[in-house]
Design a protein around this ligand. Structure first.
Ligand code: AMP
Ligand code: MG
Length: 919
């Protein structure tokens, strides 16, 4: 602090929070400045406005920092400039002649206008007064200032002093000496930055990201944020104080910790950071309590939630962690942020403790009390201040010392509904804490019993009783019901139900003769076409497990899949050269069956063992992150649910024509079958060369398709001006359905978004685009019939609608597991804590949230799994293959989406050794 130039009394550095506020208020100068603070004072009794102005002048002489303005130096650093003298902006308004209604309206208008008039931060002073005469002995005084000058604590003092000076008619001796604000700035400048940095770096070490409730929100709000109370019962407020006392922690620490639980719930994070306001008055600075200025600071509070602790332990650990930072409260937030890996904002919520500044603050605050000064009574101080944060929790001491909690929120970031939910969560957190703070954390539950019942039961209410059965039995019923109807149409070559059934019977008997029985895996290496479906039915009829193999994959991979699945029989086409991969397996060419096979429906009498609904039906391989594909084994029983789903949602009937689009290696083919063979309809094979774009549109028309099951990328390839068969239903699934696709087709066709991991058997949730859809999220829909969906946090607790969690699928229709892989099966198929004893749920790895209608919204993955043209890819599997190559030391595989929206798999590899002479 050097000598001030002409006309200036002082040039000062900025306090930590001043730096942040200055940046915010100066870079966004079009919007409302939420850091304008307006106080309304009701004055009764005779008011002498000249005398009041003299008191203001005396006040500004007493506290030169109240005359300050802010400038930016050439090097970009802001400084505080304090002129010797300033003109105090003062406005008098006499409304005493108006009737009450008009007067109130005018007061409101004046107040609003004053609230919204920005200060030019470069032009001192950043205080102004408006004295409104309401009646001869009634006045409203508006005292408005920029938050850069004063914190709430100081404001209360300033009001107190102003009227003391009024009573003494501006005589400075009326008040005791006060230590100047510049002493605090000098103190702050002299602190040991090394120790500060070490403390904050340690406090934030290992933090893996910010805690953000309103991503993408920037700048200041356009309107003054409204507020909403968190309605705590007096009992729980009292209980909170008692529990805090029994744990020997302060109420603010408890509130801050519970708030962090709510933020964890809102954001799905376990390592939570929120902001808090600290008093910032250093205990070692004598006289700090009566000083006036901006001492408070906004600091990050990090709370790491550990499931092996109790709530009480978490609160106590948080209290200790906070206490260790007490000596480092004067560090500017921007500096703290620079110490973290990201260097960016750490939080977007604030927790403020009004009048709770227990650490070093004074205890003589009396700002809002009624007082009398020279015959003038000062009443009802109404303060309005706000923050730019999207969500702020304000805690103030209420009756009995229990906290009164209030949430203020930016309307451009959240709706009132959202805030009600946050308030409910916080109330629950208080109730859980007070009910038993010594319970393990995973057992605390932020849902109300009604909410819990809603997400667990009401949202999963779609159930029907189905008769357990096997696929061959169900198909044979259809074949008997529709003998002459077309079952498969492969480029005009049609098989009736009877023909299809007979061919499947012949092949089934061949399989039985080759030794296939229940639980025996049969590899099926056939290209798309009617033969695949003959084989699928035949394997089922023999009792075996259908395991598709793509004959166009590398021989090494096929050999691996056959060995891994234990298949001893392989079905293929006589034209396929299988010798390089089939090994010891018995190979049957489906187009060269021996003569003389029986053609009746095989029964248990024919089969090598009885076939039951819980026997395996198919084995589908999916990518495995450790480098080995995983075989998902699905039994017959859940396929009955799949058929029930198809009937309930799409109701295909004889005469309907359903696309066969999916590769046989995908379980989606079973959805195609459920809608065709198991509905009496016709499965129409889409020719290989017509699987996208205009040719596909032509095909759909030519083939008179009524129900098409296709992935989103393929729908997106259809020309927008194409007209597809009238009345055709589109089922789109396997990856996220973009809103553009919905917008393009939903007004012309019934459109469904179908979601389902292979492990939960083809499909788990389905959303039909409603007629009134006008944009916004594209849900994956409510859970399918007999499926249960849970959105859970990391402690497997259900979360409320709107909250992101991991999606689990339960119900009877799950896969049996990964064939021959008990460890990874146990990892992904876990006990269902909400279902009947013994039931399981599958952990999908998908992030999702419920909406209020009980529909799920998909929100990405918890891991690195990708979808590339419908293929599920674990980058780890590809990385493992790459690094197995002797020339590759390291590899990273990611999905890269180009400017046209096409996603590709991209590998980056580091060579094992590089010879630079050849580069
Ligand atoms: P798969 O086992 O090959 O069917 O892949 C299942 C995964 O695909 C799911 O866990 C999701 O990540 C993704 N997926 C499937 N259907 C959808 C959908 N309709 N919307 C978003 N993602 C989907
Ligand atoms: Mg699927």
């Amino acid at each position: 602090m050097t000598g001030a130039p002409q006309g200036l009394q002082d040039i000062l550095p900025l306090s930590p929070l001043q730096q942040g506020l200055y940046f915010l208020s100066s870079y966004d100068d079009s919007a409302l400045d939420v850091y304008n603070v307006q106080l309304g004072l009701d004055l009764t009794g005779p008011l002498d406005t000249d005398r009041l102005r003299r008191a203001v002048e005396a006040l500004l002489t007493r506290h030169p920092n109240l005359k300050a303005a802010f400038r930016t130096r050439r090097n970009g650093d802001p400084v505080t400039v304090v002129p010797h003298t300033v003109d105090i902006p003062w406005q008098d308004a006499d409304l005493s002649g108006l009737d009450a209604a008009e007067r109130d309206r005018r007061v409101g208008r004046l107040t609003e206008a004053d609230r919204h008039t920005r200060f030019d931060l470069t032009r001192p002073p950043l205080v102004r007064f408006t004295a409104i005469r309401l009646a001869p002995e009634r006045h409203r005084l508006l005292f408005t200032h920029h938050h850069l000058l004063l914190d709430g604590w100081s404001t209360a003092r300033v009001v107190q002093e102003l009227f003391a000076l009024y009573a003494a008619d501006g005589s400075p001796t009326a008040l005791p000496e006060v230590r100047p604000y510049r002493d605090y700035l000098a103190w702050a400048a002299a602190q040991d930055t090394g120790a500060d940095e070490r403390a904050w770096r340690g406090a934030l070490a290992g933090l893996d990201g910010p805690t953000v409730v309103a991503p993408g929100l920037d700048g200041q709000p356009q309107a003054v944020p409204p507020a909403r109370d968190v309605e705590l019962s007096p009992d729980s407020a009292r209980a909170l104080v008692a529990a805090a006392r029994s744990l020997d922690v302060t109420v603010p620490v408890v509130v801050q910790t519970l708030w962090s639980l709510v933020l964890a719930d809102m954001t799905g994070r376990q390592d939570v950071v929120s902001g808090t306001t600290v008093s910032g008055r250093p205990a070692e600075l004598t006289g700090a309590a009566s000083m006036v200025g901006l001492f408070i600071n906004t600091l990050p509070v990090r709370v790491r939630i550990r499931h092996d602790e109790t709530l009480a332990e978490l609160v106590r650990r948080t209290a200790d962690e906070q206490a260790a930072l007490l000596a480092h409260h004067h560090v500017a937030l921007a500096r703290i942020q620079k110490l973290t890996d990201s260097g960016g904002p750490l939080f977007d919520t604030l927790c403020v403790f009004e009048n709770y500044l227990v650490d070093t603050g004074p205890d003589d605050q009396e700002g809002s009390e009624t007082k009398e000064f020279a015959g003038l009574r000062v009443e009802a101080v109404t303060g309005r201040d706000a923050t730019h944060y999207p969500l702020t929790l304000v805690a103030a001491p209420g009756p009995d010392g229990g906290p009164v909690l209030r949430l203020s929120y930016r309307t451009d970031a959240m709706s009132e509904h959202d805030v009600v939910r946050v308030a409910t969560r916080l109330r629950r957190a208080v109730e859980e804490f007070t009910a038993d703070p010594h319970r393990p954390l995973p057992r605390t539950d932020l849902l109300t019993p009604e909410e819990r019942d809603r997400v667990l039961n009401a949202f999963n209410a779609d159930t029907v009783d189905v008769e357990p059965a096997t696929l061959p039995v169900l198909f044979e019923r259809q074949a008997a019901a529709h003998p002459g109807r077309p079952a498969v149409d492969d480029a005009g070559r049609v098989l009736t139900y009877t023909e299809l059934n007979t061919r499947a019977n012949l092949l089934a008997h061949a399989l039985i003769a080759a030794g296939t029985g229940p639980e025996d895996v049969v590899g099926v290496a056939l290209r798309r076409g009617a033969d695949v479906y003959v084989a699928q039915l035949a394997v089922g009829k023999a009792g075996g497990v259908f395991a598709p193999l793509d004959p166009d994959q590398p021989a090494e991979r096929l050999t691996g899949l056959i060995a891994g699945s234990g298949a001893t029989v392989v079905l293929t086409h006589s034209g396929t050269d299988h010798t390089v991969w089939s090994g010891d397996a018995t190979v049957i060419a489906t187009d060269r069956l021996p003569e003389g096979l029986p053609d009746h429906n095989p029964t248990d009498a024919d089969r090598r063992a009885p076939l039951r609904p819980h026997n395996g039906a198919y084995l589908i391989h999916t990518s495995g992150s450790t480098g080995r594909p995983k075989g998902v084994l699905v039994e017959h029983r859940p396929l009955v649910d799949l058929i029930a789903w198809a009937h309930a949602r799409f109701a295909a009937r004889p005469g309907d024509r359903v696309t066969q689009f999916a590769s046989p290696s995908f379980d989606v083919t079973f959805a195609e079958l459920a809608n065709s063979f198991f509905s009496g309809a016709t499965l129409v094979i889409v020719p290989e060369e017509e699987r996208a774009g205009a040719p596909l549109a032509d095909f759909l028309n030519r083939a008179a398709i009524t129900l098409a099951v296709i992935p989103p990328t393929v729908v997106a390839s259809l020309p927008l001006d194409a007209s597809l068969p009238e009345g055709m239903t589109l089922i789109v699934g396997t990856e996220a359905l973009p809103p553009e696709v919905v917008r393009a087709w939903a007004d012309r066709h019934r459109l469904f978004n179908a979601y389902g991991p292979t492990e939960a058997v083809v499909n788990s949730a389905t959303w039909e685009v409603p007629a009134e859809w006008t944009g916004g999220p594209v849900p994956i829909g409510p859970p399918d019939v007999n499926k249960r969906a849970y959105v859970l946090d990391s402690a497997l607790r259900p979360v409320a609608p709107g909250v992101l969690g991991e999606l689990y699928i339960g119900g009877p229709g799950l896969a049996r597991g990964y064939l021959g892989r008990p460890r990874i099966t146990a990892d992904r198929f876990v006990a269902d804590p909400f279902g009947e004893p013994g039931t399981r749920m599958y952990r999908t790895g998908d992030l999702a949230r419920w909406n209020e209608r009980g529909e799920l919204e998909y929100a990405g993955r918890t891991d690195h799994q990708l979808k590339i043209r419908g293929f599920r890819v674990e980058p780890g599997e590809v990385e493992a293959r790459l690094t197995a190559h002797p020339a590759v030391a390291q590899a990273v595989v990611t999905g890269h989406t180009d400017h046209r929206g096409v996603r590709r798999l991209v590998a980056h590899a580091v060579p094992a050794s590089v010879s630079y002479t050849h580069l």
